[in-house]
Design a protein around this ligand. Structure first.
Ligand SMILES: *Cc1c(COP(=O)(O)O)cnc(C)c1O
Length: 377
């Protein structure tokens, strides 16, 4: 129940990877047969992924995952466009893969505005308009938030950016495979995606770079791979698994949405019935169908996580990347959850492999633990 952290590898995507870890181990840049068969698979995967996203194959660069894609977009634009300006706009609830390159740029003379969000995690678009300056070179706003599931209106944001001639990047890692994503039809210049959030392998992802976008400063300078935008011998097996995962996840998306939405509804009903006092974080109208973030007053989220783990259930508190660091979630702080509740939250993110029986058992255990920890059993 922690699918926003990562998902199980689809068995068919796994099958697709095996030949490229065994007999078809060639370097895709080699002219001989071994190389050619690897090249064919990369082209095939790129075709599947770009068709699904409504873009052309040359507009997509394979990377090592969402983190590299976010860094490539932000640092790549900043370093290639600094003569045009050194101002960047993002928001407070972005993933660390966006926030931290922005922070790094602040040390290099860039100015970054981290826009606040409301109590649902929604961005005020008038405020965004007001933040754009003469020297703004990039707006980076995520499509969907991993902790509270809030979905941002990337179409409206992109239109605002376009009107002012500013490049727009979106971190679409949490939305790809969960929401329809026709990037070609959206006013988006750059978009990050990652395979392991949609039942593909870890360590592979991509960056969409709209045709006509001024060349980004490359993070990895090396050979001519990826249209000379990212050097390094390709992760062929990863790319093969990524393509297959996209095909499988996106072709059955609506079925999955309906199935998982029902699980989520049922869980919330059960918890509401049994526990009068709890908080629901996020925007229930514009929220990822699989994500639930709940706060239980008088209970430490971390204690709950550990007790659930012992009972065989995996959930998270905050983002996986900040778990263990003892820092309160920057997302919950940004949506102004009162301090006494920030540490009392858990995130449940469901997937297609969760069963109704599991959810029932989980609900019973969760309710029992919360009552127990509150001492009101
Ligand atoms: C997981 C995640 C990332 C990082 O992707 P990796 O492939 O794990 O590097 C970036 N942004 C968001 C919103 C994510 O959920």
């Amino acid at each position: 129940m922690d699918h926003n952290s990562t998902t199980p590898l689809n068995p068919l995507a796994y099958e697709e990877m095996i030949p490229f870890l065994k007999q078809d181990f060639g370097n895709p840049s080699s002219i001989h047969g071994f190389g050619r068969s690897a090249r064919v698979k990369i082209d095939e995967s790129r075709e599947i992924i770009t068709q699904t996203l409504g873009i052309s194959p040359r507009e997509f660069v394979f990377t090592s995952g969402g983190t590299e894609s976010d860094n490539f977009a932000i640092l790549g634009v900043a370093l290639s466009r600094q003569d045009k300006g050194k101002h960047i706009i993002t928001c407070q609830i972005e993933h660390p893969a966006v926030l931290n390159p922005c922070k790094a740029l602040e040390g290099q003379g860039f100015k970054v505005d981290y826009l606040p969000v409301d109590s649902c995690g929604t961005l005020d678009l008038e405020r965004l308009k007001g933040a754009i300056r003469e020297d703004t070179i990039l707006i980076s706003i995520q499509h969907a938030n991993s902790e509270i599931g809030t979905i941002h209106d990337i179409e409206k944001i992109g239109e605002i950016a376009k009107e002012r001639g500013v490049l727009f990047h979106t971190d679409a890692v949490q939305s790809f495979g969960k929401l329809p994503l026709n990037l070609g039809a959206l006013p988006v210049d750059l978009a990050s995606v990652s395979a392991h959030k949609l039942c593909g392998p870890k360590g592979i992802g991509g960056l969409y770079i709209r045709r006509g976008t001024p060349p980004l400063f490359p993070l990895l300078n090396g050979g001519n791979q990826e249209f000379k935008r990212r050097g390094g011998t390709e992760n062929v097996a990863g790319i093969a698994g990524f393509g297959k995962a996209v095909e499988l996840t996106c072709s059955e998306m609506q079925k999955k949405v309906n199935y998982v939405s029902d699980l989520k509804k049922k869980l919330i009903q059960n918890v509401s019935k049994e526990l009068g006092e709890f908080e629901f974080f996020g925007n229930s109208e514009k929220q990822l169908f699989n994500t639930i973030n709940l706060g239980f007053k008088g209970v430490r989220g971390e204690d709950l996580l550990i007790a659930l783990d012992i009972a065989g259930f995996a959930v998270s508190t905050g983002s996986a990347c900040s778990s263990g660091s003892q820092l309160p979630s920057h997302v919950l702080s940004a949506i102004k959850v009162p301090p006494e509740l920030v540490d009392s939250s858990i995130r449940i993110s469901l997937g297609r492999d969760n069963t109704p029986e599991e959810l029932d058992k989980f609900g019973v255990k969760l309710i029992e633990l919360v009552k127990d920890m509150r001492g009101d059993c």
